[in-house]
Design a protein around this ligand. Structure first.
Ligand SMILES: *[C@@H]1O[C@H](CO)[C@@H](O)[C@H](O)[C@H]1NC(C)=O
Ligand SMILES: *[C@@H]1O[C@H](CO)[C@@H](O)[C@H](O)[C@H]1NC(C)=O
Length: 171
């Protein structure tokens, strides 16, 4: 009676760590591997800013890599790479603000809405940017008296956010 030799099947598992970002929600304050930067911020109050003023988002939800500076309201890329940057703003009652996303003080895109015929609306822009290490991105006003609704405004809630993350760093 011959012994049946069952071939050992070696299954080659994909090494997901090489190709996917390891987002581990239990990591707390430590940096997930392969993710140099990820930030998410919000504005918790109603705020009026004038032309050239930075919109400082005062609540930090996520700041992997510490690229977002709560004092200046600016995100600075900790590594060279491809980044997704997105901003959403919500006007105050009947105000028509224009905001802009700027990179190193150069305007990239505008966020505009006509609030005159509406009560409140949201405006948003999402960009994919190649940033060098040390490049800064922030949101500023293009118009005077740009009033945005926050949690103390009309209506109450948190409506303004500024977020981004490094999709892929470049060596
Ligand atoms: C996630 O992080 C926790 C705490 O650091 C660790 O124990 C766990 O093994 C991690 N899980 C994965 C899939 O990396
Ligand atoms: C930033 O850009 C604004 C608008 O173009 C300009 O008025 C200001 O002088 C610039 N600031 C610096 C430090 O270059």
């Amino acid at each position: 009676m011959s012994i049946l030799h069952v071939p050992l099947v070696v299954i080659c598992l994909l090494n997901y760590g090489e190709t996917f970002l390891e987002l581990n929600t239990s990591l707390g304050n430590s940096t997930p591997s392969n993710l140099p930067a990820a930030f998410s911020t919000a504005l918790q109050k109603t705020l009026t800013i004038d032309a050239q003023q930075t919109l400082v988002f005062d609540k930090v939800l996520t700041n992997v890599g510490n690229g977002y500076d709560l004092q200046s309201g600016k995100f600075t890329a900790p590594v060279k790479g491809l980044y997704l940057i997105t901003a959403t703003a919500f006007n105050f009652y009947h105000v028509s603000p224009t905001l802009e996303i700027v990179q190193n003080n150069i305007s990239l895109v505008d966020l505009y809405l006509d609030g005159s015929g509406h009560q409140n609306s949201a405006m948003t822009q999402t960009l994919i940017l190649m940033l060098n290490k040390g490049d800064s991105v922030w949101v500023r006003s293009k118009t005077d008296a740009a009033k945005l609704s926050g949690s103390a405004g009309q209506p109450t809630g948190v409506y303004n956010t500024f977020s981004g993350y490094c999709i892929k760093n470049v060596e």
